[in-house]
Design a binder for this molecule. Structure first.
Ligand SMILES: *[C@@H]1O[C@H](CO)[C@@H](O)[C@H](O)[C@H]1NC(C)=O
Ligand SMILES: *[C@@H]1O[C@H](CO)[C@@H](O)[C@H](O)[C@H]1NC(C)=O
Ligand SMILES: *[C@@H]1O[C@H](CO)[C@@H](O)[C@H](O)[C@H]1NC(C)=O
Length: 376
């Protein structure tokens, strides 16, 4: 199921769904003040306008309020409305909530009875502070449809719903991601059928998880961190969309195009870390890992694929890590989108005005999956 672009009507429905949730969770006055402050930032042209709104939102809206925009209570009814508008009463691709003591998420598959031939294990972004599996559901439906077109018979997607900051901080999110990984492993014949993927902070978690799986087991035990279950192997592949590889860096500078800003990144990084570990520790900030053999043990068997925009705030540290990987003999393919901004393959599924344009970023990622996962 690939729906048409977001229309003006969808935006109105979004605001109608959002308003009561905001009033309920954030209170009437803060909502009103937030809304009034935002009004002058709404220019006329959609894609530009939306990026301006995102830039404003990222810098100015408190995370506790911003997270409501991306919550299940708003995202799911909006998706249902958009489906109805396109003539779908039920989604052709079914999702089920998976809820266990240690993690939760959504499992999406065409045929729930059959074993999947690939599982995309997706970890969403949002500075560890916002985002939900439901907000990504429509984009994941595009992934699903494109995986089918690429020749996978029964793809499945698992998207993790990890706890957000400041409710919980590191290493809770990593433990949940790991528990999710063990669950996904239990659903496939071989971990090499798993492709992990994430954008922004989600990609940070993917890298932390890989480093966790790849670390030297005798060291893990003596350091008292989470034990690794015996023989748990790294996944077949990992896709990193605009990964936030180093949580803190003096090289993060606001750019004229990107909607992220350095000050908010710093705030989110400190909330995630919550003084539990140094922000330069590779386990929380994977870009700090300069140990080639650790990366070699952590690398997916069929390689890494990384995508980012040349204009994004995070670009300098991403480039450095990719260079280090290449020098260390890690199999990584990298796509730097010229003039691109943060997490664009995902953001454009919401913002592009054409059906073809909104799929384009994910289409490139799926063709990388096909090339890597089917080559061996
Ligand atoms: C793992 O760590 C232990 C203790 O630090 C060391 O003796 C061993 O050689 C390491 N193994 C590998 C494969 O790096
Ligand atoms: C575990 O501790 C040892 C020694 O204290 C250190 O060298 C090593 O880097 C630590 N391992 C991880 C994964 O942090
Ligand atoms: C959408 O995607 C198309 C095709 O990639 C691109 O040419 C166009 O500039 C994009 N933007 C909008 C606003 O449609």
């Amino acid at each position: 199921m690939i729906l048409g672009p977001i229309s003006g009507l969808d935006c109105i429905v979004f605001l109608l769904l959002l308003a009561p949730q905001l009033i309920l969770h954030a209170g009437f006055l803060p909502t009103l003040i937030c809304g009034l402050q935002g009004l002058p930032f709404l220019p006329s042209w959609f894609e530009d306008a939306a990026i301006q709104c995102m830039r404003y939102g990222f810098a100015r809206i408190p995370p506790k309020i911003a997270r409501i925009f991306f919550s299940k209570q708003v995202a799911l009814p909006l998706l249902r409305f958009r489906m109805l508008r396109h003539g779908y009463i039920r989604s052709p691709i079914q999702w089920r909530q998976v809820k266990q003591d240690t993690f939760q998420g959504l499992w999406t598959a065409g045929d729930h009875a059959e074993d999947p031939d690939i599982v995309l294990y997706y970890v969403h972004g949002g500075g560890f502070a916002i985002g939900s599996s439901y907000f990504y559901l429509e984009a994941l439906q595009i992934w699903f449809s494109l995986l089918k077109s690429a020749g996978f018979k029964n793809p499945a997607i698992f998207v993790l719903d990890y706890s957000l900051v400041p409710d919980e901080s590191y290493p809770v999110q990593l433990h949940q991601a790991l528990a999710g990984y063990y669950y996904v492993c239990s659903r496939v014949r071989n971990p090499s059928d798993i492709c992990m993927a994430g954008d922004s902070a989600g990609a940070t978690l993917v890298l932390s998880l890989l480093l966790h799986l790849g670390q030297n087991k005798s060291e893990t035990m003596s350091n008292g961190s989470i034990p690794i279950k015996n023989n748990f192997k790294v996944p077949g592949m990992a896709i990193l969309i605009s990964p936030w590889v180093k949580l803190l860096s003096t090289r993060y500078r606001d750019t004229s195009r990107d909607y992220l800003n350095a000050a908010s990144l710093q705030l989110y990084a400190h909330q995630y870390c919550n003084n539990k570990i140094s922000l330069h520790d590779p386990r929380i900030s994977p870009g700090h890992c300069k140990d080639a053999s650790w990366w070699q043990n952590a690398s997916p068997s069929k390689g890494l694929f990384l995508s980012y925009g040349s204009e994004e705030v995070l670009a300098p540290e991403i480039r450095d890590l990719v260079l280090f990987w290449k020098q260390s003999g890690i199999a990584v393919e990298c796509c730097e989108e010229k003039d691109g901004i943060h997490a664009w393959p995902i953001a454009r599924t919401f913002l592009n005005r054409t059906i073809k344009g909104r799929q384009e970023g994910i289409r490139n990622l799926v063709s990388a999956i096909r090339d890597h996962m089917c080559s061996k």
